[in-house]
Design a protein around this ligand. Structure first.
Ligand code: MOS
Length: 756
């Protein structure tokens, strides 16, 4: 029985296997493009071969002659579609280029869509469509002539109040030890295994959309806006998502085109964009540059910190990364100065990509910390300890902070005390050994969510909420919350997610799902308990430590098969109890749930509330660099993470492992190469876009550090999906420096950079 098994630590849930695992391994799980539809037609996109200019002519005669072609949509056909404003949160578009031309704003912009009876016919016709262009010289990115610069704090609400405290310039100037260093991170693309797909089917003026989505209510609202119809007419179905990482969080123009085509042709239309098209029709991680200046006392105390960032975005849209929000709060610096500049280039608009603000900004910070430690002649862990603080420079306090516990546990497991400080001093034959470490940090976001839970007299439970499982284990942990709260085995809980007919839940972004959705499920379950006569739970009640009255109730009654639950239901004269609950995180306004229904989620926490809410970790990496060839290997990595109550130690571990592997990827492998002459992505396929394979990853250890924090939300949950890949790149870079004495300040670290 579920509750009988003692959990090893009070705040660690059971390592339940994924309840959707069987569906996935047997191929029964239906992803967006898997839904069979009668009489479907197939779409193929035509994309622009130029990055800037204008379509001057179109010859579609050859394309139209391909057997099976139904219609080729171009900018002449999309006039009836409305504009969905660019947004960096909730409903809204990933970018402003939405019209198939005739203006061209970036390479690979959608300029047409062929719809045919067969995919092959649509593809062939797309290649035969002849569009002519008047081409202008594009600006590809940093340093290109023609880019425009903009102060991020003026361009985007999200960068409006970046942290500033005291006189950082003066503190740095006056400091005994100073550091001034620049770092850079490249463009990266998500490359989720599931491609960007959209299937649209109309029936009696109502539209059903099958599309992998991180926010079905946002997609519904935006698509309705695009089509100029009521949101009630749009139904979004997205029960499974084959990886998203931020790339499927918002409305993208392809969806509007597919919906239009299905309406015009009066047939369901299915679009599966190709891998290379995914590089330009969706978002990506923005390229960044950083300048960090620090001043410290001889003993290591940092007295002044300045972090300036530069980020590439598209010509029209002010997408911001702005991780100074977090880098400038991570340690107890005396004074803080931050600034972010947007650089507008002729590129598609970047967007969220796993741990978007912190991945580049913490890479820069944690590299700088390592450089400062060396200048001070200090152990890098000790430098973090000296600057560990429960209050940031602006005076905000942390709700909980287990950073040094993470460092201590990971250091012990790694064997850090055996490290020789001198770079190049640890060697094994031809291999130079380097050990490095860095901090992982991610804001704990808590968002609006609603859920409906039904308990039957048989003990069967159904949970309904339009949350999303991106492969993370959301089905399982949401089921676990209901099982624990209602005292039934997980096997009796059925969870329904990813459908805009269900009660809305926050966007599956910002690692917010577990904390937000479980809080709503917890509330609904408590309402059921109350109806059955169980004591309502106190707000600080942990799922595994229900009050005695309720524990008696669950032990006596709420287990399927013992009959007592039925007796209880009979007494109440009902066959089932169903409760709908709304979770409003602290800071959300009373109308936040109404807004959620309209596709605008509230996402609080992190640095935005009364206290600083963050999950933290420490990662230790060993690299081996070959003395002659400079081949770089990562034989082991240890990460220790503290993120409040862990619902499921198995899925948590899996998130951390995947994240650290991605961190290694970001350090050594990944970069989208850009041809500066035509602002075009060169390696837009999985053969040329490097990611680690099994041979690149060896020992990987995850340590879950217990942490109790009831301030963040009633269940004490902090998000973990994005935490693990923050800091990894710096840990690798620091280890490479320790091995070779070469400090690489521009990712990725490839062997040619070590041949100096
Ligand atoms: Mo995540 S990049 O916040 O979807």
């Amino acid at each position: 029985m579920n509750r009988a098994a003692p959990t090893p630590k009070a705040n660690m849930g059971k390592p339940e296997p994924r309840i959707d695992g069987r569906l996935k391994v047997t191929g029964e799980a239906r992803y967006g493009s898997d839904f069979p539809l009668n009489n479907a037609a197939y779409a193929f996109l035509i994309t622009s071969p130029i990055a800037k200019g204008r379509i001057t002519g179109m010859d579609l005669s050859e394309a139209n002659a391909v057997p099976g072609v139904l219609k080729i949509f171009t900018h002449a056909d999309v006039a009836g579609l409305h504009k969905v404003p660019f947004s960096t949160g909730g409903a809204g578009s990933i970018g402003s280029w939405q019209d198939m031309g005739p203006e061209i704003g970036h390479d690979g912009q959608i300029v047409g869509m062929v719809v045919a009876d067969a995919f092959e016919a649509a593809r062939e016709a797309a290649y035969l469509a002849k569009l002519s262009y008047a081409e202008e010289m594009p600006s590809a990115g940093f340093g290109a002539p023609g880019v425009t610069k903009e102060d991020a704090s003026k361009a985007n609400e999200r960068a409006k109040n970046l942290p500033q405290a005291g006189d950082a310039d003066a503190a740095i100037e006056a400091a005994e030890v100073k550091l001034d260093a620049e770092y850079g991170t490249p463009t990266q693309h998500h490359n989720a295994i599931e491609l960007f797909t959209t299937t649209c089917a109309w029936k009696d003026g109502e539209l059903t959309v099958y599309e992998p989505s991180q926010f079905v209510y946002g997609l519904k609202a935006s698509l309705a806006q695009k089509l100029g119809i009521a949101p009630e007419k749009v139904h979004v179905v997205s029960p499974f998502v084959g990886g998203a990482f931020g790339s499927k969080a918002q409305f993208s123009p392809r969806t509007g085109f597919t919906a239009l085509a299905a309406r015009v042709l009066n047939r369901p239309v299915k679009l599966v964009a190709t891998r290379d098209q995914g590089f330009t029709i969706q978002t990506y991680r923005a390229e960044t540059r950083h300048r960090i200046r620090m001043g410290a006392e001889r003993g290591g105390k940092i007295t002044g910190f300045s972090h300036e960032g530069w980020e590439v975005t598209s010509r029209p849209d002010p997408y911001v990364v702005a991780g100074v929000e977090d880098s400038a709060r991570l340690y107890g610096y005396g004074a803080v100065k931050t600034h972010v500049t947007l650089v507008h280039a002729d590129r598609n608009t970047p967007g969220f990509m796993r741990s978007p603000p912190v991945v580049p900004y913490i890479y820069a910070l944690e590299s700088a910390m390592d450089e400062l430690a060396e200048k001070l002649g200090m152990d890098p862990v000790e430098l973090r300890r000296v600057n560990d603080s429960m209050v940031d420079a602006t005076g905000k306090r942390w709700s909980s902070r287990s950073l040094m516990q993470c460092y201590d546990e990971a250091a012990r497991a790694f064997g850090w005390s055996k490290r020789k400080a001198q770079p190049g001093s640890m060697r094994d034959g031809d291999w130079l050994i380097g050990w490095g470490c860095a901090t992982a940090v991610y804001p704990t976001h808590v968002g609006t969510a609603t859920a409906r839970v039904r308990l039957l007299a048989s003990g069967q439970v159904r949970v309904q909420t339009a949350a999303h499982d991106l492969g993370t284990g959301a089905y399982t942990v949401i089921g676990q919350m209901a099982a624990e709260r209602l005292g039934v085995p997980l096997s009796q809980v059925k969870v329904e997610l990813g459908d805009s007919m269900l009660p809305p839940a926050v966007v599956a972004g910002g690692s917010t799902t577990t904390a937000s959705v479980c809080s709503a499920v917890l509330k609904a379950c408590d309402a059921i308990r109350a109806k059955l006569g169980g004591a309502p739970a106190a707000s600080n009640d942990t799922p595994s430590a229900a009050p005695a009255a309720y524990r008696r109730f669950t032990e006596g009654h709420a287990v399927a098969g013992d009959g007592n639950l039925e007796t209880l239901f009979n007494r109440l004269g009902v066959g089932a109890i169903e409760e709908y609950a709304e979770y409003l995180p602290p800071g959300a306004k009373p109308d936040a749930i109404q807004k959620l229904y309209a596709g605008k989620p509230y996402l609080g926490g992190g640095s935005h509330g009364e206290k600083l809410m963050y999950a933290l970790g420490a990662e230790f990496v060993e690299v081996r660099v070959h003395a002659q060839t400079r081949e770089i290997r990562v034989p082991r990595i240890v990460g220790a993470f503290a993120a409040g109550h862990i619902m499921n130690t198995r899925t948590a571990r899996s998130q951390y492992m995947g994240a650290m592997i991605w961190g290694i990827s970001s350090a050594l492998h990944e970069a989208t190469e850009i041809d500066e002459r035509n602002a075009r992505y060169v390696n837009d396929n999985l053969a040329d876009y490097l990611v680690p394979v099994n041979a690149d990853i060896d020992q990987l250890e995850v340590i879950l550090v217990p942490e109790e924090d009831r301030f963040v939300n009633p269940a004490g949950i902090k998000g973990i999906g994005e935490l693990g890949n923050v800091g990894t790149a710096a840990a690798v870079a620091n280890a490479v420096y320790h091995a070779t004495g070469i400090r690489v300040r521009q990712l990725p670290i490839r062997l040619e950079k070590l041949l100096a």
